[in-house]
Design a protein around this ligand. Structure first.
Ligand SMILES: *[C@@H]1O[C@H](CO)[C@@H](O)[C@H](O)[C@H]1NC(C)=O
Ligand SMILES: *[C@@H]1O[C@H](CO)[C@@H](O)[C@H](O)[C@H]1NC(C)=O
Ligand SMILES: *[C@@H]1O[C@H](CO)[C@@H](O)[C@H](O)[C@H]1NC(C)=O
Ligand SMILES: *[C@@H]1O[C@H](CO)[C@@H](O)[C@H](O)[C@H]1NC(C)=O
Ligand SMILES: *[C@@H]1O[C@H](CO)[C@@H](O)[C@H](O)[C@H]1NC(C)=O
Ligand SMILES: *[C@@H]1O[C@H](CO)[C@@H](O)[C@H](O)[C@H]1NC(C)=O
Ligand SMILES: *[C@@H]1O[C@H](CO)[C@@H](O)[C@H](O)[C@H]1NC(C)=O
Ligand SMILES: *[C@@H]1O[C@H](CO)[C@@H](O)[C@H](O)[C@H]1NC(C)=O
Ligand SMILES: *[C@@H]1O[C@H](CO)[C@@H](O)[C@H](O)[C@H]1NC(C)=O
Ligand SMILES: *[C@@H]1O[C@H](CO)[C@@H](O)[C@H](O)[C@H]1NC(C)=O
Ligand SMILES: *[C@@H]1O[C@H](CO)[C@@H](O)[C@H](O)[C@H]1NC(C)=O
Length: 764
């Protein structure tokens, strides 16, 4: 057990402007259409219970604004996932039906059109066409629903033992005929991984007398039975019928649902402990307080900024703190005093912006998450690259938890067992797992001997998808760079040398003669990453393949045969965050590099809805052209990130898109895995962040701020009054606090254009 030495500070709740509530600027419905897959329901920050109305179609996050029917109300969800729908187990469904044969049971039969969905932090409300208005909120482990039956004679509430992906293998539910308490369990599969998990629930009701109870399956129901076992696919569960109150045409029934991954007893206990009063209003109030405290570490001078940008900003920050979920005390897999977080969904997405943002705004939660990752390594032998529902998720590229470890070290995240963390990242780099589709890396023999993953890799150490040799090579190279940095910091000098060398392996797949055409038109650029065979001969993949311009979706995980993952070789050629100086040299110098980066953004080759697109927005800094990074950021915000329900360009992936937005608008872009923030002007006159460890306040202030964004070019910078010429800054700014003043003008200046002011590169 690690003894906490955290400095506890009072959380300062900063309101935007006197009289305004920051929660008014959070719209949880942003990103609930058009593939954003955002969870818009009620949740506490990183909470396990997540209540929402589940819809048909595109229901990865439970509710989708562009789907017309609600099938139930369920208690746990994931947010923004790209794979299958996730969780959504044991939905309740209320209806009014005079006889059991008139009730609708199965999900396809009971599905009801909806109107008037309302979402706020800690609250979700909706009206169903079946005459029921539903409102809901949560504590950490319980969901609370208030169902108002408009003019009901025979209110009935059923529970269905299904989940959203229809993954259940076995399930059981029982109902107590005197109290109406429903309890049950089920065995389900994770939405983007292997194995299975058990979940338990306990539902209690208040508001009307029990009229009867029973069990149902498919479309038949019986009041004689008080329990039911289901196996395989298909609906089934138990139900409670209520008496109509004598005095009122309305019936209001409150349902409290405790959930647990351990047992029914624990699920019931959570209900009794966390939600003794069935009090919706009070519980919403408590959730709002929790959110205000989390969001309150950031404050914004709103002068001139549009409501739309403010909403985008606060909603993005809110989404970044929905997941990963704190399941501490709810892990049945091993005994440990360490925190247990789940739904790292996936680190491949979240290491680029989401975790760097949490490091800034909630370093204590980041510490608990890193401890949880190290504890997963202790107990499951590898760090995860993706994890959900207590199961191992699929690896998409490198072992990117390595990047998180190094960044946490450099940014002084407290209370981590660094020796074990180092052991874990070295294991990723050295020991191939039996199934590298769910942890570690594949092709390690080739990696160590050839210095790249060959297209025709002959892997005798483990099994896994034999694809993505190019994107895995560049990610493994960056992972090894991060391991080298951690090795150096911890005094492991020979390891430092070894991994530093491997960090240059991206060069082994750079084919300097490769050209690229779009249709019949040759682009003006030569030299791209290309696949290579084990014997050293070059193979070929069209550099634009799997960009929006050619077979866009051809490089998804389940497709076979291609050498890049969810993106083109054109784009992956830019992925050398460890040594941008060497990359720029390789690509023909600064001028060539800038024109190539412009082409990436302007030709339609880049899809902003996937996380690899984030870094190229800001890579102009490495060519001494920070002005172009600022201009590029404004070209995507708000045109591709806005406040509509389809206001994010791709899956939010546990808040990754929201994190890109927030970090871009704060103005300091973190290079994941490094102690480097690239300096850009904030989108607001001023932004401040109070550090959760030191309590110090860091303020980034625009001078000559212009809300129409003509003055977005940095003329000069002052840190605490002194001239600051580097176009980047370290995390000490946030730990120590201070003021970074950014003097703006209408034209690009020479600020940040000298070599000595460039961000660090390995070869410099
Ligand atoms: C439900 O909504 C769909 C789509 O808007 C519509 O076609 C259908 O008629 C509606 N059903 C009912 C019963 O109102
Ligand atoms: C929609 O919901 C809001 C909040 O619950 C409520 O104030 C409003 O009256 C509802 N509107 C309609 C048309 O039902
Ligand atoms: C919910 O859990 C978090 C830890 O993730 C904890 O800080 C918070 O106090 C809990 N909330 C309540 C109301 O217990
Ligand atoms: C309530 O339902 C009853 C029976 O279906 C019906 O006669 C009555 O008109 C309804 N009242 C309202 C206000 O909808
Ligand atoms: C679910 O409950 C039933 C009945 O008590 C029991 O037989 C079954 O083993 C339980 N399943 C799990 C996964 O706990
Ligand atoms: C529904 O009907 C099936 C087959 O007729 C029967 O096996 C099952 O027990 C029934 N379920 C309930 C809940 O009555
Ligand atoms: C299910 O109900 C039957 C009676 O209908 C009872 O005999 C049995 O013990 C119950 N099973 C469980 C696991 O509660
Ligand atoms: C793969 O490697 C093993 C062990 O070195 C060797 O026996 C086998 O022939 C190789 N297969 C191919 C297709 O190269
Ligand atoms: C590129 O072409 C030149 C001239 O044909 C050749 O010498 C060189 O080896 C080639 N480079 C690569 C990486 O294939
Ligand atoms: C290549 O460069 C030439 C000369 O600058 C220019 O005219 C042409 O449009 C460029 N081609 C493409 C595809 O951008
Ligand atoms: C809002 O963002 C979406 C998703 O990127 C985009 O399709 C849409 O055009 C944007 N809307 C506006 C008005 O900019």
């Amino acid at each position: 057990m690690i003894v906490s030495r955290l400095v506890h500070i009072c959380t300062l709740v900063v309101s935007l402007v006197v009289g305004l509530d920051v929660l008014d600027y959070v719209d949880p419905l942003i990103g609930t259409a058009n593939g954003g897959h955002v969870f818009p329901g009620a949740t506490l920050p990183f909470g396990m219970a997540k209540a929402v109305a589940d819809t048909t179609r595109d229901n990865q996050g439970g509710f989708a604004s562009d789907s017309s029917k609600v099938t139930g109300f369920s208690h746990v969800h994931d947010s923004g996932t790209g794979g299958a729908a996730s969780l959504g187990n044991f939905p309740l469904f209320p209806q009014d039906c005079p006889e059991l044969t008139k009730c609708a049971w199965e999900s396809s039969k009971r599905a009801s059109n909806w109107t008037n969905a309302t979402a706020r932090p800690g609250y979700f409300g909706i009206e169903l066409d079946n005459g029921i208005r539903a409102e809901m909120t949560v504590t950490n482990h319980t969901a609370l629903y208030r169902f108002e039956f408009a003019n009901s004679t025979n209110p009935l509430i059923l529970v269905d033992l299904i989940d959203l992906p229809i993954s259940r293998s076995k399930g059981f539910a029982a109902v107590d005929s005197s109290t109406g308490r429903m309890t049950g369990n089920g065995t389900f599969s994770p939405s983007f991984g292997i194995g299975h998990y058990n979940l338990y629930f306990c539902a209690d009701f208040q508001g009307a007398e029990i009229h009867g109870t029973g069990a149902w399956q498919k479309e038949n129901a019986s009041t004689i039975k008080s329990n039911i076992s289901v196996a395989g696919e298909g609906s089934g569960g138990v139900f409670v019928r209520f008496k109509k109150p004598a005095t009122d045409s309305r019936t209001v029934i409150t349902a409290r649902v405790g959930i647990s991954f351990i047992s029914i007893q624990k699920a019931c206990h959570y209900g009794e402990e966390e939600q003794p009063g069935f009090d919706l209003k009070e519980t919403v109030g408590a959730a709002e307080m929790a959110w205000r405290a989390k969001l309150g570490v950031v404050s914004v001078n709103t002068a001139g900024a549009s409501d739309g940008l403010l909403k985008s900003f606060w909603s993005g920050l809110y989404r970044a703190m929905i997941s990963p979920q704190d399941y501490t005390g709810e892990n049945p897999l091993w005994d440990s005093d360490e925190p247990y977080y789940d739904s790292f969904y996936c680190i491949w997405d979240s290491y680029r912006a989401a975790h760097p943002l949490l490091t800034l705004v909630d370093p204590l939660s980041q510490s608990r998450m890193i401890r949880s990752l190290v504890d997963i390594y202790r107990n499951e032998d590898y760090l995860p690259d993706c994890r959900m529902s207590l199961c191992k998720g699929y690896t998409q590229g490198g072992s990117n938890a390595d990047v998180l470890m190094t960044e946490a070290y450099l940014k002084r995240i407290p209370d981590i067992d660094w020796d074990t963390a180092f052991e874990a990242v070295v294991k990723d780099a050295e020991v191939e797992p039996a199934n590298w589709d769910v942890e570690g890396r594949g092709g390690l023999n080739s990696w160590k001997t050839l210095g790249y993953i060959p297209k025709n890799n002959n892997d005798t150490l483990g099994t896994g998808l034999k694809t993505r040799s190019v994107s895995r090579t560049v990610e493994y190279a960056y992972n090894d760079f991060c391991i080298a940095i951690l090795a150096k910091a911890l005094g492991h000098d020979s390891d430092h040398k070894k991994y530093r060398q491997r960090a240059s392996n991206w060069q082994n797949l750079y084919n300097s003669n490769q050209t690229s055409s779009i249709g019949n038109v040759k682009t003006n650029f030569t030299g791209f990453l290309q696949p290579r065979l084990a014997n050293g001969a070059w193979a070929y993949q069209d550099p634009i393949l799997c960009s929006p311009l050619l077979d866009f979706t051809g490089c998804y995980l389940t497709d076979t045969g291609h050498e890049t993952y969810e993106g083109s070789a054109w784009m992956y050629t830019f992925y050398v965050p460890q040594d941008m100086a060497a990359l720029i040299k390789t690509l023909g110098g600064s001028k060539e590099f800038v024109s190539r980066l412009d082409f990436l953004h302007e030709s339609g080759l880049l899809y902003m809805g996937d996380e690899q697109a984030f870094l190229p927005v800001y890579q102009y800094h490495y060519a001494g052209r920070p002005a172009l990074s600022a201009r590029r950021a404004h070209s995507y915000i708000p045109s591709q990130f806005n406040t509509s329900v389809s206001g994010i360009p791709g899956n939010d992936d546990s808040g990754a898109m929201g994190s890109f937005l927030v970090l871009s608008m704060i103005g300091l872009w973190p290079i994941h895995g490094q102690d480097v923030y690239l300096i850009n002007p904030p989108f607001f006159k001023e932004v401040s962040i109070r550090n959760g460890i030191t309590g110090k306040l860091a303020t980034i202030r625009n001078v000559n701020f212009d809300a129409s964004y003509r003055n977005i070019f940095i003329q000069s910078v002052r840190r605490d009054g002194a001239k600051w010429t580097k176009n980047w800054i370290g995390h000490d700014f946030f730990l120590e606090g201070g003021i970074l003043e950014i003097i703006l003008g209408e034209r690009e200046s020479t600020w940040g254009s000298k070599h000595e002011d460039f961000p660090p590169s390995m070869s410099l």
